[in-house]
Design a protein around this ligand. Structure first.
Ligand SMILES: Cc1cc2nc3c(=O)[nH]c(=O)nc-3n(C[C@H](O)[C@H](O)[C@H](O)COP(=O)(O)OP(=O)(O)OC[C@H]3O[C@@H](n4cnc5c(N)ncnc54)[C@H](O)[C@@H]3O)c2cc1C
Length: 401
């Protein structure tokens, strides 16, 4: 890896020093812990203790306090070794829950949650969207009312990925309806096993049911599980959302998609020059995505990334769809034939149909492409904002359907 960044008094760059530190920690971890013989939980626990869970987190919290870009080095090793990995099993916990807990959680919450999240003993989900609050999530209606040292929560969430498997949820509620929408929110960690939490799976067109409706009826949350100050939940929600965009913008499915496309290409149409031109463009775009993800993770510090994360999210979502559309075209009429609805689920990941259908959700999940364009227009390019008729008006007085 090329050396970058400042130099220390010995003349070696900070980046080189940090890279050497990560390599050494990795060597020690793998010398002492064989991923082939240990249980996933044991291996991931050792990886956390070695500071190689999120290398940019502080020591003692799963990190080494170094540049986040160096996580790629660790992840690539783990993929080659086929070692257990947290992200594929607990993506919301890994990419969004952990940075949110690190930025806003108490010492006690970080102690209780971070290691078990990384070992996947506890899966996490994100309870933001509601039937009437998706793109405009700050208008959500799930209420939390204080009762002594506890809060009583009532409402409904939707599209909650992995809720049916989760032990904890990142929950945003409305605690001050008399305030304008962004000011009356409070953020909690929800125990998904608490009485009054009910999850109901939603079936997708892929045949899978990865997300759910979640009904909350008189659910009691101890005040010690509050992640934000009362009424200041939007600030914490932004940390989660920005990290979500970075996680989705640097995601691996695009790499898988490109590999599938190249295989199909070799098999079906290697001599078609017109199509080769199209494939080359997709390959170049895929490389651009890779370097953009590396650059944004190099600029990122632990905590809340900037709106630039939306560039990667927007580009990756649309590119992934373009690649799978092309795969389906290469398959020809066969691409439209599915043996059965049930064969489309993720137990058959090598069919082109399943990922093609799943990719349609990429431009919706984690914020739609329209919303990414709005964020980039307003917050990065400084274009005039959209009209906001509910600005400054108490949430309870805003007309809603
Ligand atoms: C696979 C998948 C997984 C998901 N997982 C989760 C999860 O784990 N947790 C969670 O909380 N949510 C989750 N979601 C929900 C997701 O965040 C929302 O679907 C998304 O934010 C859009 O909200 P909506 O569906 O209510 O659409 P709406 O907000 O109703 O939008 C409908 C259409 O209007 C457009 N639109 C809306 N407002 C504007 C505007 N101001 N300017 C321009 N266009 C606009 C949108 O782009 C869209 O095309 C998931 C969604 C998917 C597809």
């Amino acid at each position: 890896m090329a050396s970058q960044g400042r130099s220390d008094e010995n003349g070696s760059s900070v980046h080189d020093t940090q890279e050497a530190q990560v390599r050494e920690a990795l060597r020690t971890l793998l010398d002492r812990h064989d991923p082939a013989t240990l249980s996933p939980e044991e291996f991931l626990g050792a990886q956390y203790d070695a500071g190689l869970a999120w290398v940019h987190f502080p020591p003692g919290r799963g990190g080494l306090g170094v540049n986040p870009k160096l996580q790629t080095l660790v992840d690539e090793h783990m993929i080659v070794l086929r070692a257990p990995r947290c992200f594929p099993k607990n993506p919301i916990g890994y990419g969004m829950g952990a940075p949110t807990l690190l930025a806003h959680g108490s010492e006690d919450q970080q102690d209780r949650y971070l290691r078990r999240l990384f070992t996947c003993e506890d899966t996490w989900c994100q309870l933001f969207s509601e039937p009437s609050a998706g793109s405009d999530v700050a208008s959500l209606a799930t209420s939390a009312v204080r009762d002594g040292d506890e809060w009583i929560v009532n409402g409904q969430k939707v599209w909650t990925t992995l809720a049916h498997l989760s032990r904890y949820g990142l929950l945003v509620t409305r605690t001050a309806p008399e305030q304008p929408k962004h000011r009356g929110l409070t953020y909690f960690v929800l125990d998904m096993h608490a009485p009054g939490v009910q999850t109901q799976p939603l079936r997708q067109m892929t045949g899978d049911a990865e997300f759910n409706e979640v009904f909350l009826t008189d659910v009691r949350i101890p005040d010690s599980e509050r992640l934000s100050a009362e009424g200041d939940g939007w600030k914490v929600a932004i940390t989660t959302l920005m990290n979500e965009r970075v996680a989705l913008g640097g995601s691996q499915p695009r790499v898988f998609a490109m590999e599938q496309l190249m295989e199909l290409w070799q098999e079906k149409r290697p001599d078609d020059k017109m199509l080769r031109d199209r494939m080359t463009r997709l390959y170049i775009a895929s490389e651009v995505c890779k370097y953009n993800a590396l650059r944004s993770s190099a600029n990122r510090k632990a905590g809340t990334p900037g709106p630039e994360g939306s560039v990667g999210k927007l580009f990756v979502a649309e590119l992934n769809q373009r690649i799978w559309n092309f795969c389906i075209e290469l398959e020809g009429a066969n691409g439209m034939l599915y043996p059965s609805y049930t064969d489309l689920n993720s137990e058959h990941p090598h069919s082109t149909g399943q990922p093609f259908l799943r990719a349609q959700a990429n431009t919706i999940e984690g914020g739609t492409s329209n919303i990414m364009r709005n964020i980039l227009g307003e917050r990065v390019l400084q274009l005039p904002g959209e009209p906001r008729p509910d600005k400054g008006i108490p949430w309870r007085d805003v007309p809603r359907s």
